[in-house]
Design a protein around this ligand. Structure first.
Ligand code: SF4
Length: 255
């Protein structure tokens, strides 16, 4: 299948933008949850002469299908995904104190779990790097409606690129299908968003794509701490307002 002219233009701009990021930040990392946005980005960076390294956070609570995507990516692209794990002692202590399913009890306990299983390993993964790349899109959530394509990530202290920020789900899937990008089988079972097994469920057709993530919480608290800047941008109560930096831009790094 070939790309329609609008999708081909999107794709070419994405490749050009990623090439520019790789040139300007040779140590940039690509974060992957092994959802469709991330495998699309892996497909794209695999075309570059010097692709950014890919990593994922294995929280210890992921679906087997998501973990299996590491092998799919290796086989298809020869890319070895660096898999980051949480500190086992911190996990043991948290489970001993609060149980294995404490995240259902309160937002605070859920965020503590995300902090141990996601944020701390992410901090280790990003340490010493000048930039990271995510597959986040504005359309995905009320916490992402102001997501820029380029931003300074003041939580982790490096530049963050969201080259799919303005892509729609239809565009992502249109390109992915046309280019036969590998797909996490969970997508076909109704999971538009890939996350930890106990905190993610399938959604019904027409439902908000993020409705399956932490569905027992208020819509605007549903970020895991990896992208805390998103909450600041939406003015979530308790969120620290953030001054805009002159270097921040909503200009596409892809154009
Ligand atoms: S998504 Fe759920 S299981 Fe995964 S780290 Fe966050 S609270 Fe824990």
């Amino acid at each position: 299948m070939t790309l329609s002219p609008p999708l081909a233009a999107r794709w070419e701009a994405l490749l050009a933008g990623l090439a520019r990021i790789a040139d300007e930040h040779p140590d940039a990392l690509l974060a992957s949850s092994m959802g469709i946005e991330d495998t699309l980005l892996i497909h794209a960076v695999a075309q570059l002469p010097r692709p950014p390294a890919v990593f994922m956070l294995d929280t210890g609570r992921l679906h087997a299908e998501t973990l299996a995507m590491v092998g799919v990516v290796r086989e298809r692209y020869g890319i070895e995904t660096r898999v980051m794990h949480p500190d086992p002692q911190a996990v043991r202590a948290h489970v001993a104190a609060h149980g294995e399913f404490a995240f259902y009890e309160s937002v605070a306990l859920r965020k503590t779990c995300c902090g141990i299983r996601k944020v701390e390993p992410l901090r280790r993964a990003l340490a010493g790097h000048s930039a990271w790349i995510t597959g986040q899109r504005r359309e995905q959530s009320p916490t992402r409606v102001e997501l820029p394509e380029t931003q300074w990530d003041d939580l982790f202290g490096l530049r963050k690129f969201n080259p799919l920020a303005f892509w729609t789900a239809d565009e992502v899937w249109g390109v992915a299908r046309a280019l036969d990008v590998p797909r996490n089988p969970l997508h076909e079972r109704g999971y538009p968003s890939i996350g930890c097994e106990p905190c993610t469920r399938a959604v019904r057709p027409g439902e908000d794509p993020r409705a399956g993530r932490w569905w027992w919480e208020q819509r605007d608290s549903r970020e895991c701490g990896l992208h805390a800047g998103n909450l600041r941008m939406t003015g979530t109560p308790g969120a620290r307002p953030r001054a805009r930096l002159s270097s921040d831009t909503t200009e596409a790094p892809t154009s």
